[in-house]
Write a protein that binds this ligand. Structure first.
Ligand SMILES: CCCCCCCCCCCCCC(=O)SCCNC(=O)CCNC(=O)[C@H](O)C(C)(C)COP(=O)(O)OP(=O)(O)OC[C@H]1O[C@@H](n2cnc3c(N)ncnc32)[C@H](O)[C@@H]1OP(=O)(O)O
Length: 192
């Protein structure tokens, strides 16, 4: 297979699981109720259920339905990339870095038929300053099933102003009126 193009720089260090990171087995709540990847407020969203692993890693399942088609009876590739983006971005819960995707490289290795349950994994590979390098993959129908899709990504840590200054005012104001639209875990608030 061809090597990934998101190379980890020499000054990167191993990621550290934050001491107050959610415990292994914890099901991460949606970070934003209207998120396409994990929000219950999106009728056609992916509704991913993401579970914390033992290290800097996560697992999730995603059921591919007729709503997710590209070719007849097959999942749309961009949508599979979205599923990986979501499980990779949620790694920030473990390192306590609120990040946005800067680069997402995806390899589509096998077609994913409607009706498939995709078993997704992600792990933080390295941190260099504000940059978090991560990788993940999706297996067909079983945690050890054939790899259908895999990705490597670079996330960049941002402050709250990234969201408040760039997001549309209507949605930002809605959070002000109803803070439960975004997640609070323990003593921290997850940026949308
Ligand atoms: C508290 C924890 C909560 C966690 C839970 C949250 C759950 C969320 C789940 C959501 C899941 C879904 C998530 C989503 O879908 S997030 C939505 C999709 N992503 C975006 O909208 C991001 C749009 N981009 C930007 O806003 C800016 O470009 C960012 C913020 C990324 C960087 O602009 P900024 O001005 O701030 O910084 P910089 O430009 O100095 O760059 C900084 C460094 O990064 C390097 N670089 C940048 N881009 C690239 C690139 N493409 N390839 C390689 N390298 C790149 C760059 O060279 C530099 O390196 P160095 O010179 O320092 O060495």
């Amino acid at each position: 297979m061809t090597a990934y193009r998101t190379e980890i720089p020499p000054d990167a260090v191993a990621p550290t699981r934050h001491p107050d990171a959610p415990a292994p087995g914890f099901v991460l709540p949606t970070h934003y109720a209207n998120c396409f990847g994990c929000g219950p407020g999106q009728p056609h969203g992916l509704h991913m259920r993401i579970v914390v692993g033992e290290g800097c890693d996560l697992t999730a399942t995603f059921d591919v339905t007729e709503d997710h088609q590209g070719a007849p009876g097959l999942a749309h590739g961009g949508l599979l990339a979205s599923a990986l983006d979501e499980i990779l971005g949620m790694l920030g819960h473990l390192t306590r870095m609120s990040c946005v995707t800067a680069r997402l490289e995806t390899d589509f290795r096998r077609p994913v038929p409607v009706g498939t349950r995709l078993y997704l994994t992600s792990r933080a590979d390295a941190v260099a300053g504000r940059k978090l390098y991560a990788s993940g993959q999706g297996h067909l129908d079983a945690p050890d099933g054939p790899v259908a899709v895999r990705a490597r990504a670079l996330f960049v840590q941002v402050g709250l102003e990234h969201f408040t200054e760039n997001g549309r005012a209507a949605e930002i104001d809605a959070i002000g009126r109803d803070p439960s639209l975004i997640t609070h875990i323990g003593d921290y608030t997850v940026n949308p």
